[in-house]
Write a protein that binds this ligand. Structure first.
Ligand code: ATP
Length: 240
């Protein structure tokens, strides 16, 4: 059975249809990335999967007992509030020490366990949020623009960590990202959303689709370069 199956989903917010006729299936162990312009419904779709928003039509079938770990787009914490990483990991409920240690290790932030949250770099803080999402050993890890604000190196390191987590836990990963060059390298499948799904498939197929190029204003060369991760520049022939 599929891990997750969404069919005919419509969802309206404030009287406007934000998601229309969404169909999406997820298998165990795959990494699927949702891309789309601002306001295209990406966060709304993730929130409907975790049950924070209820669709007006359609269904979301989850495999029985499926556990979801969610890394939100933003988490606002008062920087003046003294709080260590270990303490944040125990909110909203206490967890056994070994579970916290394992989650911090999986997220690559073991060294920061007793650091103050306010002293963490952006990348370290995102990893702590990842560690919280891993506490329950999820079958499905959902990330909403988890690398926002990170530099190229921080972003690359974060996605490598996600790949390690996927291998270790065998979980599926569903994420939203605006970093097209990373998406094309890190995903098994890409879904282009603009209220409804306008194209979906392997990164190679999506990069070649006119809908994807039109959505991001890419010409043929741009789209190919993103897919090939900019390694495919032709040699410059120097005349003798
Ligand atoms: N609580 C709400 N009430 C009314 N409209 C909302 C609400 N939340 C979101 N919207 C609207 O729904 C649409 C989709 O929002 P959503 O946050 O899902 O987009 P997004 O693709 O995640 O955007 P971004 O890339 O900017 O994060 C937007 O037009 C937004 O203004």
């Amino acid at each position: 059975m599929r891990l997750l199956s969404i069919a005919e989903l419509d969802l309206a917010l404030g009287g406007h249809l934000v998601l229309e006729d969404i169909h999406l299936d997820l298998e165990r162990g795959e990494i699927v990335t949702i891309v789309g312009p601002n306001g295209s419904g990406k966060t709304t779709l993730l929130k409907s999967i975790i049950g924070a928003l209820v669709p007006q039509r359609g269904c979301i079938d989850k495999s029985p007992g499926m556990v979801i770990g969610y890394v939100p787009q933003r988490l606002h914490l008062d920087a003046t509030l003294p709080m260590t990483v270990s303490r944040l990991m125990r909110l909203p409920r206490r967890r056994p020490r070994h579970e916290i240690d394992t989650a911090l290790e999986r997220a690559g932030v073991t060294q920061q366990a007793s650091s103050q949250i306010s002293d963490l770099s952006g990348g370290q803080f995102q990893r702590v949020l990842l560690a919280r999402a891993l506490l329950s050993s999820p079958d499905l890890l959902i990330l909403d623009e988890a690398t926002q604000g990170l530099d190229q190196q921080g972003m690359a390191d974060f996605y490598r960590q996600i790949e390690r987590v996927r291998q270790e836990l065998g979980c599926a990963v569903l994420m939203v990202s605006h970093e097209l060059h990373v998406v094309m390298r890190a995903s098994d499948r890409v879904v282009c959303l603009n209220r409804s799904i306008c194209c979906a498939g392997t990164p190679e197929r999506v990069a070649a689709s006119p809908e994807y190029r039109a959505m991001f204003g890419l010409d043929d060369e741009d789209a190919l370069a993103l897919y090939r991760h900019r390694h495919a520049r032709p040699y410059l022939e120097i005349a003798p």
